[in-house]
Design a protein around this ligand. Structure first.
Ligand SMILES: Nc1ncnc2c1ncn2[C@@H]1O[C@H](COP(=O)(O)OP(=O)(O)OP(=O)(O)O)[C@@H](O)[C@H]1O
Length: 277
């Protein structure tokens, strides 16, 4: 349903994504994990047609997002919970969305109920919403058209424990109904509880992917995440220093540092070629 295929994105002097490939199947939740600056948002922005790939592709339901007919009925996205106009009420935001999609007003009430925004909250302007309420509204907006694919960038940020539990139940229910859910998050425990499949990214490269059991074979998901990302950081730092001629080993020289660091980082990570990182 979602497919990233050898996706590379270069911003001027930053390689934000480097040969990223993975898929998200119907009826599953995929947790997309990575440290700050790893490339998660960039990948989701390319998928949603907001940024062009440098090479490779990101498709949803077999096509680039921009080529989908009636995309809001196929794919729901929440990439930035703070993006809604602060002067509109939550109900107005959803009503505008419903009008644009040709949906009846009753769908607005249904969605408000689904995301747990009460009648009183729905009449407040978004500028006075907490981050958690904005997340709920953004999730509601993404779900208006009952899409079969859902792409959420850090939707749990700002949610309280009840909100996180609610989100978990919602995502499991959607996946149970056949939806493909791609979820980026820093909350490893939450992802562990909700995801069927995990993709870990670091410095723009897929470091590992598989089920939680596969990733956490020798411990917890957190341990696996830290091991993978620390190795990738080391390989990246050493590789960068070597490229700049900064390697300190006077006997081995920078070439040796690069050769030693790059394969070990990638071998642990289990992926990728020798890009400049
Ligand atoms: N518009 C841009 N121009 C230049 N560099 C960018 C741009 N957007 C992102 N980057 C860079 O691309 C890399 C990946 O950033 P991205 O926001 O995708 O990471 P992330 O995994 O979503 O991080 P976080 O968890 O902090 O949100 C970073 O080095 C970032 O500085």
């Amino acid at each position: 349903m979602i497919e990233f295929s050898h996706l590379t994105k270069v911003y001027k002097d930053v390689k934000a994504l480097d040969d990223v490939s993975f898929t998200v199947a119907a009826g599953s939740v995929t947790g997309f994990l990575g440290p700050n600056g790893a490339g998660k948002s960039t990948a989701l922005r390319v998928l949603a047609g907001l940024s062009r790939p440098t090479s490779g592709s990101a498709t949803v339901l077999g096509r680039p997002y921009a080529e989908l007919d009636r995309p809001a009925f196929r794919v729901g996205t929440l990439l930035d919970a703070t993006a809604q106009h602060p002067g509109r009420t939550g109900r107005e935001v959803l009503t505008l969305g419903a009008i644009m999609l040709g949906l009846p007003r009753s769908r607005v009430a249904e969605v408000l109920d689904l995301v747990g925004l009460t009648g009183k909250e729905s009449k407040r302007v978004v500028g006075r919403y907490s981050l958690g309420m904005r997340q709920r509204l953004g999730i509601g907006h993404a779900l208006l058209g009952r899409p079969e694919v859902l792409v959420l960038d850090e939707p749990a940020n700002g949610l309280d424990p009840q909100g996180i539990q609610w989100l978990r139940g919602l995502l499991r229910e959607l996946a149970g109904a056949g939806c493909a859910v791609l979820l980026s998050s820093h909350l490893l425990h939450e992802v562990e509880l909700v995801a069927d499949h995990i993709v870990v990214i670091g410095h723009g490269q897929v470091l590992a992917q598989g089920t939680i059991a596969e990733l956490a074979r020798h411990g917890s998901l957190e341990q696996a995440f830290l091991t993978l990302t620390t190795a990738a950081d080391r390989a990246h730092t050493t590789g960068t220093a070597a490229r700049r001629g900064l390697a300190t080993d006077s006997a081995g020289g920078s070439g040796q540092a690069t050769a030693a660091a790059t394969p070990s980082g990638r071998a642990t990570a289990g992926s990728a070629d020798g890009g400049r990182g």
